[in-house]
Design a protein around this ligand. Structure first.
Ligand code: ADP
Length: 485
């Protein structure tokens, strides 16, 4: 990997704690592998609670000076970090693809997306306005200021090794907080590369820490039990989100949670079918189906069901599967054996319950973690795929006839992150957009993510919003100052 990079110094294997690059106290490491080839890319410092506690203390100390700087000074440093990310976009993308598997063009996109949160929040940090309130008594003056919440602990997944971190760290730092970030064990290299650039950008020592570890539960416990941590921000499964919420309850820590989804994607009779196919392809197969906003249940109305199924299968057949570093590849490997197993299970379950494979349906001839993109018709609500995210390249097509019925089916889930539908009738568009119980609705589009809009879920998909002017709120506390004059 180092030989592919313009700047091999972006490859770090030590953790970044208190402004120093450190090994684990016990000298242990864990391996990071390339999911496309199976080779070991690096041995990474395997930290435990003691080193994490030092990182938290460093963040706590560093934020005292940081929050006293003007917003503009903070913004200038964040802006320098953004510039360095974009200057090194290709190297960061290569590192990301090597450790995670997504095609290089998607990785390039993720770096730009990830960097955009640093840029956006650098600016938003200048707009942390307070308020004055007309007093309740003549001799009183009432004021509200907003201050950084305190040390922020961040836990992020492997599917967006760069952007999930910047989306949390950007607003946290802009708000004046110190941060300790624990990346996923599968993808620490992207996080460490970010730290290399943060250091170059001039972030004060200790303000931003990256604790790498294979023992995520231990790190989660330190985050939960350490009094200096005032906020936990997490992206990952609903299962782990619940654990962290329970743990955080003991010290009543603030929590932001971006959890699982089970996104419906509805194609109505009046949809532009080609656009719907394109949207389904983007929403379902981006990152090989491994995003929490990927379409999971595709509902297609009677009148266009067969035509849509055929067009989608054709488009899917054109998707090239392979090593994300190779030209023209649209789908990389899945991230792990467990991920492959889950896709296989969902397909077997669907077939046992009457579904039919239109295309794909099995592991790819390339072997390893490669899987054929799959379309299954005849999906029903009894299938596992109706209940939980496949997180892989399986598109199950459900047939429906009635608008109210499909809205009820789409909402019949504990999740509520992203949803999508294709229709052209204006009153239908309004009605359905309002009726879907989701934090995000894509109308006639399969791609909804941008730093300027609020991203987040309702129900068991999470708490809080990331991105947009709202994304900084979670890192601020309100203080009400009541003054007698
Ligand atoms: P995924 O299936 O995407 O890996 P997880 O929710 O399992 O989703 O993991 C998301 C992040 O949470 C990863 O960084 C992982 O290491 C971390 N994690 C997993 N279990 C725990 C835990 N018990 N406490 C804290 N972090 C955890």
């Amino acid at each position: 990997l180092a030989s592919l990079l313009k700047d091999p110094s972006l490859l770090a294997s030590k953790a970044y704690v208190a402004g120093d690059w450190i090994d684990a106290d016990n000298g242990k490491t864990f391996a990071v592998t390339n999911p496309a080839r199976g080779d070991v890319l690096a041995e990474i410092a395997d930290l435990g609670r003691a080193e994490t506690a030092r990182a938290i203390a460093a963040a706590d100390a560093a934020m005292k000076g940081w929050q006293k700087r003007t917003a503009k000074e903070r913004a200038n440093i964040l802006r320098a970090w953004f510039n360095l990310m974009m200057d090194n976009q290709q190297d960061l993308a290569l590192i990301l693809t090597a450790e995670m598997g997504k095609p290089i063009n998607e990785a390039m996109g993720e770096i730009a997306y990830g960097a955009s949160f640093i840029e956006w929040f650098a600016e938003e940090g200048k707009r942390i306005y307070g308020e004055t309130i007309p007093p309740h008594l003549p001799n009183m003056r009432l004021q509200v200021i907003r201050q950084p919440v305190g040390v922020v602990a961040s836990i992020t997944p492997w599917n967006f090794p760069n952007a999930m971190i910047t989306r949390k760290v950007g607003p946290a730092l802009a708000a004046g907080c110190g941060v300790v970030a624990k990346p996923a064990g599968e993808t620490p290299l992207s996080a460490l590369a970010l730290a290399v650039l943060a250091e170059r950008a001039g972030l004060p020592k200790g303000l931003f820490n990256v604790v790498t570890s294979s023992k995520s539960a231990d790190i989660g416990l330190e985050f939960s039990e350490n009094h200096a941590v005032r906020k936990i921000t997490f992206t990952g499964s609903t299962f782990v989100g619940r654990i962290l919420l329970r743990q955080a309850a003991d010290q009543v820590k603030k929590c932001s949670m971006e959890l699982g989804g089970n996104a419906p994607f509805i194609v109505f009779d009046d949809a532009d079918l080609d656009a719907a196919v394109e949207g389904a392809l983007a929403s379902k197969f981006r990152n090989n189906g491994q995003t929490c906003v990927c379409a999971n249940r595709i509902y297609v109305q009677d009148g266009v069901y067969d035509a849509f199924a055929e067009k989608l299968a054709q488009a899917v057949d054109n998707l090239e599967v392979g090593d994300g570093l190779d030209e023209g590849v649209a789908l990389g490997p899945l991230v792990s054996e467990a991920a492959v197993k889950k896709v296989e299970e969902h397909i077997a379950d669907a077939l046992a319950k009457g579904g039919q494979v239109l295309t794909g349906g099995a592991a790819h001839e390339k072997g390893g973690l490669f899987f054929k993109p799959t379309v299954v018709t005849g999906a029903t609500r009894e299938m596992e795929v109706a209940e939980e995210e496949t997180f892989g390249p399986l598109a199950p097509l459900f047939r429906f006839s009635d608008e109210d019925d499909v809205i009820a089916q789409a909402n019949d889930t504990i999740f509520g992150l992203a949803s999508y539908f294709y229709a052209t009738n204006l009153s239908r568009v309004y009605k359905v957009a309002e009726a879907l119980e989701y934090g995000i609705v894509g109308v006639n589009t399969g791609i909804i993510s941008t730093e300027v809009a609020p991203f987040g879920g309702v129900k068991q998909s999470g708490l809080g919003r990331e991105g947009s002017r709202h994304g900084i709120e979670d890192f601020l506390e309100m203080k009400y100052i009541c003054m007698a004059i």
